[in-house]
Design a protein around this ligand. Sequence first.
Ligand SMILES: Nc1nc2c(ncn2[C@@H]2O[C@H](COP(=O)(O)OP(=O)(O)OP(=O)(O)O)[C@@H](O)[C@H]2O)c(=O)[nH]1
Ligand SMILES: [Mg+2]
Length: 298
Amino acid sequence: MSAENAGRDVLNSRRIQWFPGHMARTLRVMEKEVRGIDCVLQLLDARIPASSLNPEIRRITRDKPHLYLLNKADLADAAITKKWLAYFKAQGAGCLAIDARQKGGAAAVRGPILRELTALTAKRAARGMAGAAVRVMVVGIPNVGKSTFINSFAGSARAKAEDRPGVTRGKQWISVEGFDLLDMPGVLWKKFDSLQTASHLAFIGSIRDDILDIEELACGLLESVRALYPKQLLERYKLDETALVLPPYDLLQAVGRKRGMLVSGGEVDTERAARTVVGEFRASKWGRISLERPPQNT
Ligand SMILES: Nc1nc2c(ncn2[C@@H]2O[C@H](COP(=O)(O)OP(=O)(O)OP(=O)(O)O)[C@@H](O)[C@H]2O)c(=O)[nH]1
Ligand SMILES: [Mg+2]
């Protein structure tokens, strides 16, 4: 990989299967299940709300009451999350920011779901079926926290949740006090319109790492975060200001050198440095970071 290309080719240089067969199957299941549900909860990653808005999910669920959850808000820049909430509100969409691992976070969603469904609950009450469980389909990109949210909402670990994409493999209904929640596998879409969208999804761990080049991923991530939060990056790796203008691959080498990640001959072990960079970003070691801002003047 040349230094010039590093960071720009996170995904476009290889034959990547980021849309495996099971995702196509999940979209078909979603199309079928959507007819029988009352409300859609779409989880977005608070660090990349725009890139986690899957157009396929939007198409399939557009006729149902819809609530957006900006999840992993604990990892995102709080000031930017506030702007995203205002943005969704201005579009007339229900939206909340949460940390699904916190019990209170998931519980806070009950009220807004019921508010989205006021008309439906009134109709049910009039028909004497006020106690009918509200059927909610929980959807979103892989690894965004759908199963974690459901477990937290239910107050017990009912759905398998792990820190890698593709953990939930089939649909699963989970019933809790007045709600039937449908957990679904995460889905991406066939063709990303922008390389930036693809890169952002890769940075946060929504695309399987084993089909990506970890060094390209790390270079792209360093370049993107440096443009938005230069101080945080310099502080984390104790770099001086000259690092602000280094080509991304040189920046990765500088990080590796600072951390003493050398191989025989004094060369930097860039693969190891890349794993560290990606792992530390995802573990929020660089501080709270939002990679996307809402469009201006909306
Ligand atoms: N920091 C933080 N981590 C979270 C949050 N919600 C979920 N996670 C973590 O994100 C990882 C993925 O969570 P899952 O619930 O398995 O995600 P999923 O959307 O069900 O993923 P798939 O089933 O693979 O599509 C786990 O390690 C969770 O602990 C959150 O709000 N904040
Ligand atoms: Mg899951």
